[in-house]
Structures are given as C-alpha cells and as structure tokens.
Design a protein around this ligand. Structure first.
Ligand SMILES: [Zn+2]
Length: 98
C-alpha cells in the first residue's frame, strides 16, 4: 500500500494528477483540455529594485564622498530607494580633492 495519497486529475477525476495544472498525463497532452485550466504557479521572478527604484523622499545636503553621504546612500539602498536624488548636494569642488 502506498503511503502518499496523490490528488486525482481535476478534469477526468480518474488518473493521478502528475502534470501541472492538476491534470493527468492524458488530459495535459490535450491542448483543448489543458487550456481550460489556468496555471497555478505564475513565476514572478525576483523583484527588480535596481532598474527604476523610486526617488528618495528628501534630498541630502551631505557633500559627495563624505561619511554622511555614504550613510545616506546605505539607508536609501536598505529602503529600496534610488541612491541619487536630483537635488542632492553638489559634487565636491575639484580644488579641494586630494
Ligand atoms: Zn485527466
């Protein structure tokens, strides 16, 4: 005796449902029958937060390259925001760079 009880085909209710959509092999092979039953699992993939994440709610005046700006970038990344806001502080003055 088998320990595992297998669900029966949701179309013919005779054969074990060994194919997707809860169908048996015979019913699944028949496209007319298969298309009557929607897919149960629709792959959604990994949420993409890198292509077009929302803008952060506030800009920062922290100077680019500073520890403060780095902390702001970390928090934005953690919250799934775009790293850059168009009104963020200006880039550093090239004359002040080492
Ligand atoms: Zn069937």
């Amino acid at each position: 005796m088998q320990g595992k009880v297998r669900a029966l085909c949701q179309h013919c209710h005779k054969c074990p449902a060994g194919r997707p959509r809860g169908l048996c092999w015979g019913c699944y092979r028949n496209l007319e029958i298969r298309n009557r039953y929607p897919r149960r699992f629709v792959p959604k993939g990994i949420p993409d937060r890198f292509c077009n994440p929302p803008l952060p709610p506030y800009p920062t005046r922290a100077p680019a390259g500073s520890r403060e700006k780095l902390a702001v970038l970390c928090i934005r990344a953690m919250l799934g925001y775009n790293l850059w806001h168009p009104d963020d502080g200006p880039p550093p003055d090239p004359s002040e760079l080492p």
